[in-house]
Write a protein that binds this ligand. Structure first.
Ligand SMILES: NC(=O)C1=CN([C@@H]2O[C@H](COP(=O)(O)OP(=O)(O)OC[C@H]3O[C@@H](n4cnc5c(N)ncnc54)[C@H](OP(=O)(O)O)[C@@H]3O)[C@@H](O)[C@H]2O)[C@@H](O)CC1
Ligand SMILES: Nc1ncnc2c1ncn2[C@@H]1O[C@H](COP(=O)(O)OP(=O)(O)O)[C@@H](O)[C@H]1O
Ligand SMILES: [Mg+2]
Length: 283
């Protein structure tokens, strides 16, 4: 297989200055579905990252126990209960991009919300499937992928559950073979210390060039989902948009790692907008 690099040039092609005559509706509505009682922070970090990476509107469908924490940290985010399906349905319908899975859990309520959401996604929407939602799908006998543009963001163990490939067997050609089983409009983000991006039926995969071990804290992947969601919501779905989001998330962490030993997900969130400004300006 051939390899191409995800570097700053890719991110610069996507992140551009905002047009003057715009409003919040110009930059998309991101709906994040995640955060149960145990993993509330995952939903909060995904939604917070989406706000800081520039989504026009962000709603978090979470468990109500997380609402005070959410609004203390990110009052820009609207909130609803992911088990209240009548309220969730119109939010799914009006979203530009939906993220499902960060901290969702794998219990019956999570499974019900997942299948409810998958049935309602339309061809025009983008669905990012991460964390618990990937684990739930992997447990199904046969996965029925939903409509829409699909972005899967498994870490190596989530990918092992989905593909039945042991971590040591996850070579580019084996990962590509799994990607070839996905719907045509899908992007697979295979996360690790060397994150790669695969598209069905391509001979070339993308290798990210940013990232560092300071990022190895729970919540870094949850944060990535919010960055990808905001990029797709603003700049449109394409594999290059996803690549730009993957690069930006880790490039912010690289800047922070110049003077910090660990780079917490919330620190990355706090510096996203500053870095995107740098990307949008001529060098
Ligand atoms: N603050 C919050 O609310 C947080 C909430 N979170 C939410 O929790 C949910 C469960 O997600 P999860 O990833 O923690 O658990 P799961 O899918 O069982 O995987 C764990 C297994 O995978 C392994 N493993 C992982 N990466 C690996 C690698 N690169 N290379 C090798 N091994 C690797 C790991 O190995 P071990 O460390 O045990 O050796 C273990 O066996 C999910 O919804 C998520 O969003 C978290 O994001 C944390 C912060
Ligand atoms: N050593 C490392 N070098 C580069 N990136 C890393 C490293 N460790 C973790 N990451 C990044 O952190 C994220 C971890 O995602 P994930 O395991 O889903 O975390 P969580 O579910 O806890 O949020 C991925 O984007 C991965 O690329
Ligand atoms: Mg994760």
């Amino acid at each position: 297989m051939e390899q191409q690099w995800i570097d700053e040039q890719v991110a610069r092609r996507i992140v551009h200055p905002r047009a003057k005559d715009t409003y919040k509706g110009s930059f998309g509505h991101v709906l994040v579905i995640g955060g149960n009682a145990q993993y509330g922070g995952a939903g909060i970090m995904s939604a917070g990252a989406a706000v800081h990476a520039g989504a026009g509107l962000v709603t978090l469908a979470t468990r109500p126990v997380n609402n005070t924490a959410l609004h203390t940290r990110y009052p820009e985010v609207m909130a609803t209960d992911f088990t209240e399906l009548d309220t969730l349905a119109p939010l799914i319908q009006s979203a530009t991009v939906i993220v499902i899975g960060p901290g969702l859990g794998v219990d019956e309520q999570a499974a019900t919300t997942l299948s409810f959401t998958l049935q309602r996604v339309t061809d025009e929407q983008t669905l990012i499937i991460d964390g618990s939602a990937l684990t739930l799908l992997a447990g199904q006998e046969k996965i029925h992928w939903p409509k829409g543009h699909l972005i899967l963001t498994p870490h190596v163990v989530e990918f092992a559950r989905l593909s039945h490939l042991a971590v040591t067997a996850q070579t580019p050609s084996q990962i590509q073979a799994f990607a070839d089983t996905l719907p045509k409009s899908a992007v697979l983000v295979h996360k690790s210390a060397r994150t790669q991006l695969y598209v069905p039926h391509q001979q070339t995969y993308w290798q990210n060039t940013s990232g560092n071990p300071g990022m190895a804290t729970g919540g870094t992947g949850d944060t990535l989902t919010g960055v990808i969601a905001a990029f797709v919501a603003q700049f449109g779905f394409s594999e290059e948009t996803v690549a730009a989001a993957v690069f930006t998330h880790s490039a912010v962490a690289d800047q922070l790692a110049q003077y910090q030993y660990v780079v917490l997900p919330t620190m990355v969130i706090d510096h996203l907008s500053e870095y995107m400004h740098q990307l949008s300006e001529p060098k």
